[in-house]
Design a protein around this ligand. Structure first.
Ligand code: ASP
Ligand code: CP
Length: 318
């Protein structure tokens, strides 16, 4: 694998490979000193044109735990502010010697464009409304931890699907692993065309919740909405929010997920986010090990064995 741009680059076998490798990096992450020398001498740079808490910090933690050097780039304090283009910016960073660039951008397709301009590995950390593959991988890993397999599991992805790159990648990944995905949203918050999406669609959240294994709530992405797509947020919550009452409709074993950041009180009630069904914090924790697996697959030897057999006492290098 040279780049990670889309879940489609991986397919079922690739996702399974990332999951298996993540198991070993979870073990590394649980050590008193969670560090291995796997990527010593490699440099990873971040190119984030959009804000991030989880993705950026977990990629950074992942790179450091693999002993890679990191190069931080913040658009707000860079020469992008002086008008430097994306191409010049990316090629400038590459010229300093980087092995991988992790990119987040507001426009769909930017990571693909970068692969045409750069020789290093490119990782998509979110492109416009399109894809966010590492989010989907950590979601699959979290579900696998709870259910063992996604085969035949029913997953409801609820809310602002239209603007959600998380939904774009999750649908691909969940379906590849054999889950049955239902999108639950008002028509105005669904993509204009769902042709080719392996999903069912419902506008009745209450009905879907009674039989689902997972309620995956999406953030209402107000910053991406330039027109009123729902009559009011209050009405959206009344029909599509996971309120305390509505969460009672879920089967006992069902999980609640959210990619974060959450709008508490809009798509999800604070009490539901904190309930025992919620695996939202586990999603975040798993994000580090999943991203270690992705960086290792792109930049490492491609063989996981040395990672799992590094004895703890020799695994610690600065
Ligand atoms: N953090 C995720 C993303 O950047 C989801 C969200 O922002 O709602 O796509
Ligand atoms: N889930 C996610 O991508 O979060 P951030 O936007 O904080 O990175």
């Amino acid at each position: 694998m040279r780049h990670l741009l889309s879940i489609d680059d991986l397919g079922r076998d690739g996702i399974e490979e990332v999951m298996a490798l993540t198991d070993s990096f979870v073990e590394v992450s649980n050590r008193p000193i969670p560090k291995v020398p796997a990527l010593r001498g490699k440099t990873v740079a971040w190119l984030f044109y959009e804000d991030s808490t989880r993705t950026r910090l977990s990629f950074e933690a992942a790179a450091r735990r693999l002993s890679a050097d990191t190069m931080n780039f913040s658009v707000g304090s860079s020469s992008v502010k002086k008008g430097e283009s994306l191409r010049d910016t990316a090629q400038t960073i590459q010229a300093m010697g980087v092995d991988a660039i992790v990119v987040r951008h507001g426009s769909a397709g930017v990571p693909w464009q970068l692969t045409r301009w750069l020789d290093c590995a490119v990782v998509n950390a979110g492109d416009g409304w399109h894809e966010h593959p590492t989010q989907a991988l950590l979601d699959c890993y979290t579900l696998r931890e709870h259910f063992g397999s996604l085969e035949g599991r029913r997953i409801a992805i609820v809310g602002d699907v239209k603007h959600s790159r998380v939904a774009g990648s999750d649908v691909r990944a969940f379906a590849a692993l054999g889950a049955e995905v239902t999108l639950v949203a008002p028509p105005t918050l669904l993509p204009a065309s769902l042709e080719g999406w392996p999903v069912q669609v419902s506008h009745d959240l209450d009905a879907v919740l009674t039989t689902t294994d997972v309620a995956y709530m999406l953030r209402m992405q107000l910053e991406r909405q330039d027109e009123a797509l729902v009559p009011s947020l209050r009405e959206f919550t009344a029909c599509f929010g996971l309120t305390v009452d509505r969460a009672r409709l879920l089967p006992d074993h069902a999980l609640v997920m959210h990619p974060g950041p959450m709008n508490r009180g809009i798509e999800i009630a604070a009490e539901v986010a904190e309930s025992t069904r919620s695996v939202i914090r586990q999603q975040v924790s798993n994000g580090v090990a999943v991203r270690m697996a992705v960086l290792f697959l792109l930049l490492g030897s491609g063989r996981p064995e040395p990672i799992v057999t590094v004895p703890e006492e020799v695994a610690v290098h600065g």
